[in-house]
Design a binder for this molecule. Structure first.
Ligand SMILES: Nc1nc2c(ncn2[C@@H]2O[C@H](COP(=O)(O)OP(=O)(O)OP(=O)(O)O)[C@@H](O)[C@H]2O)c(=O)[nH]1
Ligand SMILES: [Mg+2]
Length: 271
C-alpha cells in the first residue's frame, strides 16, 4: 500500500498492463489510468469491485457519446438512417439486427428497409431475405430520386434503414452517396460501420470516405473476432464520432450490444 493510494498500487499496475496488452495503445491507456488513479485517490477506493466499476465508467466516458444532432433527427418520423462503410464490414447484417430489434420492440415499431446498393450481385436478395423474415417492406433505390420516392412510400414508418454499397478506395463512391442524400431532400442520419479488426491505416482511409458524408454515429462490428477494440476506440476519439452499437457476432438479431462500460471493457480487454 502506498500512503496516498488506498488501493494496492499493484492492482493499478496490473490494470495498466492488461490495457496495454489489449492493444489499446499508449494514449488511451494513459488517459484511462490517470483518470482511474485520480478517482481511487479522491474517492479512497479500497475494493476491487469498486475499481472495476470505475474502470467501466471511465472507459465509457473516454468514447464519444451520441451527439445532439442524432437525437434531434431521431425525433423525425420516420427516423431515416443511412448506413455506410467499407465492403464487407457488416452493414447489411447490422441493419437486419437493428430492424429486428425495432420490430420486436414492445411498441411494435413499424420499420422500412431501402436497398441503395444496386451494384453488387446478391445485395438486393440479401436484404430482401431479411425483409421477408422480419415481415417488413423493402424498396430499392438506384438514385436520389428513387430514394425520395421510397421515403415518401415509407412516410408512415417509425424507422427506415437505408443500406448502401461498400465504399472502396475511390472517392467518387462517397460522392455518389452524398449526391443521393442531397437529392433525397429528407433529413437522413448517417451511421458509419467499421470492423474492429481494421488497422489504423484502414480506419484513416475509411475516414477519407466518411468525412464528406458526416456520420453522426458509428457501429463497430466483428468485435468477437479477436481484435481489440482499442484501435477503433482511438479512432473514434480522434474523429469525435459517437459509438452507437457493437456488432458481437453473426447472429441476427442477438449479436448486437449497446456499448455500455462493461461491454466496452469486456471487448477491449478480453480480446
Ligand atoms: N463475427 C462477426 N461477423 C459479422 C458481424 N457482422 C457481420 N458479420 C459477417 O460479415 C459478413 C459480411 O456481412 P455483410 O452484412 O454482408 O457486410 P456488408 O458490409 O453489408 O457487405 P457489402 O454489402 O458487400 O459491402 C457476413 O458473413 C456477416 O455474417 C459481427 O459483428 N461479427
Ligand atoms: Mg451489404
Amino acid at each position: 500500500m502506498t500512503p496516498d493510494l488506498p488501493i494496492d498500487r499493484y492492482a493499478i499496475d496490473g490494470l495498466e498492463e492488461g490495457l496495454l496488452g489489449a492493444d489499446i495503445g499508449a494514449e488511451l491507456t494513459t488517459s484511462l489510468i490517470d483518470r482511474i488513479e485520480a478517482r481511487v485517490r479522491d474517492e479512497r477506493i479500497t475494493s476491487m469491485d469498486r475499481l472495476t466499476e470505475v474502470l467501466r465508467d471511465e472507459t465509457r466516458a473516454l468514447i464519444p457519446q451520441r451527439q445532439a444532432s442524432t437525437i434531434e433527427i431521431a425525433r423525425a418520423k420516420p427516423f431515416v438512417i443511412l448506413v455506410v462503410g467499407v465492403n464487407g464490414t457488416g452493414k447489411t447484417t447490422t441493419i437486419a439486427k437493428l430492424a429486428a430489434r425495432h420490430v420486436a420492440d414492445r411498441r411494435r415499431a413499424r420499420v422500412g428497409l431501402v436497398m441503395a446498393d444496386t451494384l453488387r450481385v446478391g445485395a438486393r436478395e440479401q436484404l430482401g431475405a431479411y425483409a421477408r423474415l422480419l415481415d417488413v417492406p423493402m424498396e430499392v433505390a438506384r438514385d436520389g430520386g428513387e430514394l425520395r420516392a421510397a421515403l415518401a412510400r415509407f412516410a408512415d414508418r417509425d424507422a427506415v434503414y437505408v443500406d448502401t454499397a461498400g465504399l472502396g478506395g475511390d472517392p467518387d463512391e462517397a460522392a455518389a452517396v452524398d449526391a443521393m442524400l442531397g437529392a433525397a431532400e429528407e433529413p437522413i442520419a448517417r451511421a458509419a460501420v467499421v470492423s474492429a479488426g481494421a488497422s489504423e491505416r484502414a480506419l484513416h482511409a475509411a475516414w477519407r470516405q466518411f468525412d464528406r458524408l458526416g456520420p453522426a454515429s458509428c457501429i463497430v462490428t466483428k468485435v468477437d473476432e479477436g481484435a481489440s477494440l482499442g484501435t477503433a476506440c482511438t479512432w473514434l476519439r480522434e474523429r469525435q464520432l459517437a459509438l452507437a452499437w457493437l456488432g458481437t457476432g453473426q447472429r441476427v438479431p442477438d449479436d448486437l450490444a449497446i456499448p455500455s462500460g462493461s461491454a466496452l471493457v469486456r471487448w477491449l480487454v478480453a480480446a
